[in-house]
Design a binder for this molecule. Sequence first.
Ligand code: AMP
Length: 426
Amino acid sequence: MVAIKAPRGVRDILPDESWKWAYVLEVASEVADLFGYREVHLPIFEDTALFARGIGDTTDVVEKEMYTFTDRSGRSLTLRPEATASMVRCYLEHGMQREKQPAKLWCSGPMFRYERPQKGRYRQFWQLDFEAIGVQDPMVDVEIVALSLELFRRLGLSNLEVMVNSVGCPRCRPTYREELKAYLAPHLDELCDSCRARFDRNPLRILDCKEEGCIEITQGAPDVVEHLCEECRSHFDQFLNGLEAIGASYRLNKRLVRGLDYYTKTAFEVTSGKLGAQNAVCGGGRYDHLAEAIGGSFTPGVGFAAGIERVILSMEEEGASFGERPSIDAFVVTAEASARPKAVSFLHELRRNGLRCDMDYAGKGMRSQLKAASSSGARFACILGSEELSRGAVAVKDLSSGKQQEFPLEKAAERIKAVLKEQAGG
Ligand code: AMP
């Protein structure tokens, strides 16, 4: 029988990497606090209708990428492909419109999309998601961009570019849509298959097609920003002024239409110069009509999602720090097997005192235990030899200097902590 492996596009995050994830999540939580965003934990699956209506059923995500299944009661459920629709559902379901507005919320967790896997693109990937729901003020759009930039700054990313656009609203977009179609119509035969299919259903998406031919054709396409209604134009101007006020440099990108239908007005993306084809570290924008699409009343909102895998890849490429890699303080070694019960109680005592420690459970000889102590990264080896034990003591060897000292067993934890504190201070 062939051993079962993880499905294609899905990865295990092993200990060599998971501590980097913990660091990114810790920094995200600090930045959330700094900006007043409160954390929520959302379900991994939702009613399929939430995404079909919220994201839009002509989008790639809904048409081709969702993991949809029927549960035992015959209900259609979907593993969440993104978090914004769930966040807005959560806001509506819990009557958050009655609280202080905007409701500023964040969450993190895995998302699922049936995409073609490649570097930086997976079928299960993690996002950090920040949303400000309930107000239309363009300064909130500025805050969202500022939050993403502060997050990336704290994570040590510098090789970044902010791209912005406005995709208009249901009032001005239809006119633009028709102009775009009129421009594209004579080139219909030259577009790729997907874009030909998008022409009637979702022509704006043709603007962000990555096919060479389509890029060339859309080069001279009408610019959405030039077709904005007064309200969208004013919102966009205030948003850009706000970005300038916080000293954020940005590039206008008329191709930036984003993959999800719910965007209105502001669209933005942050890309890393250190990533290859999949270079977006975060993307977001405003979604003033998403709540109505899922059965709520008019509720504006703006937010962004950052892909944790991509953030970590960019940090690695830039040589950014992930903080201190967790290691242990002490490794308990026994000279005789008969000392193992003593070792277990000593280990327990050290841990109760807050020292991170471990011992060998594989029945190794003393020499191998000492080797294991070194490779564990421990600072000290605490050797319980029969002679030391007869004196009620333990030999504590500093594995970096090789220096060995003897401490009374009951004082050992305190002494080790004192040495660690002294060294950390020095
Ligand atoms: P989106 O929800 O499509 O706006 O994506 C927001 C961010 O999530 C992107 O900028 C990426 O960082 C990340 N992301 C989206 N799709 C994937 C994927 N399939 N694999 C890894 N990261 C992804």
